[in-house]
Design a protein around this ligand. Structure first.
Ligand SMILES: [Cu+2]
Length: 304
């Protein structure tokens, strides 16, 4: 079943984006196996802001998800509206409307990981990352203030759970006018320093291969004395959060992995279990709470 809707609306000074989350029926996965379909979308950059800027996210059918929840799932889409034209380094209010495929508001959501929506914003070159929690205004409408530090293309992953249903991820696109900065070289170092935290990333396998389950271990040390940190606290109810994106153009739902920390790990270490669907270069952002301060530890990994 394919569904591809491109709508254009003239809205003065507003940017509207439709995106579709997975159309996943658990029964269909079991019956037909897993199929992926990527919809490649052109960003329709309008010559004039008067006509808006519309693009669609990737769509995914019967996708294998890290989320083990069983159950019913309806097709959802999100409509992204910016309150103003977006300029670099200027906070902008974004509205995200969650709808069913007919455009009707989806009004009820379940909390997961302590929030109703998790919004991951990345620059398409994967240099910039932010993890936001839009506030719910009712009637399917979420609001959040976002910051886009550089000109260029951005992808937003909205992660939410319509009541009683599976977690959905909607992909939205946003263009910030200006010239793209050339992407910096990929740094595959496995030990890096983030403020006063030294992080080292290791894997259960010496070579990380596509499709294989792998455990990722973030070892966190106090930079000043190289001792394991002892001040880790839960972040959004877990020992840590990990977002992984495969370097691709365009970024789609299939490139997004949100891994959950394993419950038991030694002091100063946070473990995640995941698998990388395809070979390629992936960027990982681990997020940890050190005594109320969130540390973001980002790494690149090459998956064979
Ligand atoms: Cu979140």
């Amino acid at each position: 079943m394919k569904q591809n809707v491109l709508k254009r609306k003239s809205m003065n000074k507003k940017l509207i984006i439709y995106s579709f989350a997975g159309l996943v029926a658990a029964g269909a996965i079991a019956a037909s196996g897993l199929t992926n379909s990527k919809v490649q979308n052109q960003d329709s950059q309008m010559p004039s802001m008067q006509h808006g800027d519309i693009s669609m996210g990737g769509m995914q059918h019967g996708e294998k998800s890290n989320n083990a929840d069983e159950g019913h799932s309806t097709a959802t889409q999100t409509k992204l509206t910016a309150s103003t034209d977006i300029a670099p380094k200027t906070p902008v209010k974004l509205l995200i409307d969650v709808q069913d495929s007919a455009g009707r508001a989806i009004a009820n959501f379940d909390t997961f990981q302590q929030k109703l929506m998790h919004l991951i914003v990345v620059s398409d070159n994967l240099q910039f990352f932010s993890h936001l929690h839009p506030s719910y205004k009712g009637n399917g409408s979420f609001e959040v203030e976002a910051n886009f530090p550089q000109p260029g293309s951005y992808t937003l992953f909205g992660d939410y759970k319509p009541s009683g249903e599976k977690e959905q991820v909607s992909v939205m696109k946003k263009q910030v006018a200006g010239d793209n900065k050339p992407a910096t070289a990929i740094d595959f170092n496995s030990t890096k320093t983030f403020g006063d935290t030294k992080a080292n990333l290791t894997f259960s396998q010496s070579k990380v291969k596509a499709g294989e389950e792998v455990t990722l271990m973030f070892n966190l040390q106090q930079n000043s004395n190289n001792q394991p940190v002892t001040d880790l606290q839960p972040y959004l109810g877990e020992r840590g959060h990990l977002v992984i994106l495969k370097q691709s153009s365009p970024l789609t739902r299939a490139d997004y992995i949100h891994a959950h920390a394993m419950k038991d790990s030694p002091d100063g270490q946070v473990q995640f279990m995941t698998s990388f669907p395809q070979s390629g270069k992936y960027k990982l952002w681990g997020q940890f709470n050190r005594n109320g301060k969130i540390v973001i530890a980002d790494f690149w990994v090459n998956v064979l």
